[in-house]
Every structure is written in C-alpha cells, then in structure tokens.
Design a protein around this ligand. Structure first.
Ligand SMILES: [Fe+2]
Ligand SMILES: [Fe+2]
Length: 241
C-alpha cells in the first residue's frame, strides 16, 4: 500500500495512531449498539428505533475496518502489532429502561452529535484523499446514529417527563471526554491529514453543545443549565492554565 511520504516518521505515527484509536472505538461502538438493540427490543421500543440501532451496529463494524485501513496506511505493520494485544469483550448488559435511556442519550445525543460535528470539520479541512473520503463516509453514518438518539428521546417524551435526565448531563459530558477535549493542546500542523488542533476541538465541542445538543435537550424538557455552568467553570480554568 502507498504510504504518505511527505511526513516525518513522528507525523505518520501521530496520524496512524489517531485512526488506530478510532478503529478500536468503532469496534466498541458496534458492540455497544448490539447490546442496545437487544435492550431496545426487550423494552418494546418502536420498530424504526430498533432498525436504526441494528443499522448502527453494522455501520460501526464497517467503520472499524475503514479506520484500520487508514491506520495501516500510516503505520504499516505496526498497526497489526498494536491491535494483537487488544481483544474487545462482548457486551452482555441488562439495562433497566432508565439505564437504557441514559446510555442512548450519552451514546447518540451527545457522543454521535459531537462526532458528526468533528467529522464534518475533518472532511472540510483534510486534503489527504483517503482521510477526506473516510471522514465523509463516517460522517454520513454518524448523523444517522445521532438521529437514533433524538428519535428515541422524542418517542419517550410523549410518554412522560424526561426532566430526571437534567441531573445527569454533566456526568455524561465528563464521560464523553469533555475535560480532555477542553484541555487538549494539540497543534494544527497536521490539519491536512485530518488532525484537529486542541483550540479548534474546544471551540467545536462547546459550539456543538450550545447550538445543537442543549437546544435539542431543552426542547424535550431536559434542563441543561447545570451543564452550561460546568462548561463555564472548565473554560475559565482552561483560560487561566
Ligand atoms: Fe462510527
Ligand atoms: Fe456512530
């Protein structure tokens, strides 16, 4: 396979590691959607939601392969060596209806919405062809995975109040890696290869929460005021650091 020659070994390792990490995350996401689909069926979720979830499990398995191809392109055989030690365990999770809702909000409404924004940015800025193509493919699917969450919440909101979720949004943000994103110091030297600088990542993350996630949750009766306050505190600390 042709490998990018305009980069130093260190730069190739950075880009390759990003896609290797993504491949592992996609593999875990596929298993997570498989477990969520079983749980949705058990809790008699609408058919179209179940279909979206099964589709997401298949998509993520394909994404894992695609990300692995990119890891190979930049890391060569080192990508195989790095994955041999990792065995992702199968998920056998029994969710109560409330746990299922928590998991779907975290996975789809937060993580996938954020992912879609990030991939949209990578697609716009990347110049290396295989990375640009991969970002476009992933983006098209992640938007559907995000819709799964919003459709599920919408269906639930017609059955009862979702206000109980208000107390959990901050902890969901923390589990989404928000703290790490808000403190990320990566530079922008590899933007053409799909890397995103810490400053841009911070801005995209905050904007996505403010402009997309928060209004979506508020419309469904979930208060996000505690989350906005948390963003403010973390942002202030980052500015002072
Ligand atoms: Fe994915
Ligand atoms: Fe996804």
């Amino acid at each position: 396979m042709l490998r990018p020659t305009g980069l130093t070994d260190r730069q190739r390792a950075i880009v390759g590691s990003t896609w290797l990490h993504r491949a592992k995350e996609e593999e875990k996401a596929s298993l997570r959607y498989g477990a969520l689909a079983l749980s949705l069926e058990k809790h008699h979720a609408p058919n179209e939601i179940l279909e979206l979830c099964l589709r997401a499990a298949r998509d993520e398995a394909e994404h894992a392969k695609l990300c692995m191809e990119l890891a190979h392109e930049f890391l060569g055989q080192r990508a195989d060596q790095a994955t041999q030690a990792d065995v992702v365990p199968a998920m056998t999770v029994e969710y109560s209806e409330q746990q299922l809702t928590w998991e779907i909000v975290q996975t789809c409404c937060l993580n996938e919405t954020w992912n879609a924004t990030l991939l949209g940015h990578i697609y716009q800025r990347a110049e290396w062809p295989s990375i640009k193509r991969a970002a476009r493919t992933l983006l098209a699917d992640e938007i559907w995975h995000s819709r799964l969450g919003w459709s599920y919440l919408n269906a639930l909101s017609s059955k009862g109040s979702l206000n109980w979720l208000s107390d959990h949004i901050v902890s969901m943000l923390k589990s989404s890696g928000a703290k790490e994103i808000l403190r990320d110091e990566t530079g922008d030297e590899l933007e053409a290869y799909g890397e995103v600088s810490g400053a841009t990542r911070r801005q995209l993350f905050s904007n996505t929460f403010r402009d997309v996630i928060s209004p979506g949750l508020e419309t469904l009766g979930v208060s996000t005021s505690a989350a906005h306050a948390w963003f403010q505190i973390i942002g202030d600390r980052t500015d002072r650091a």
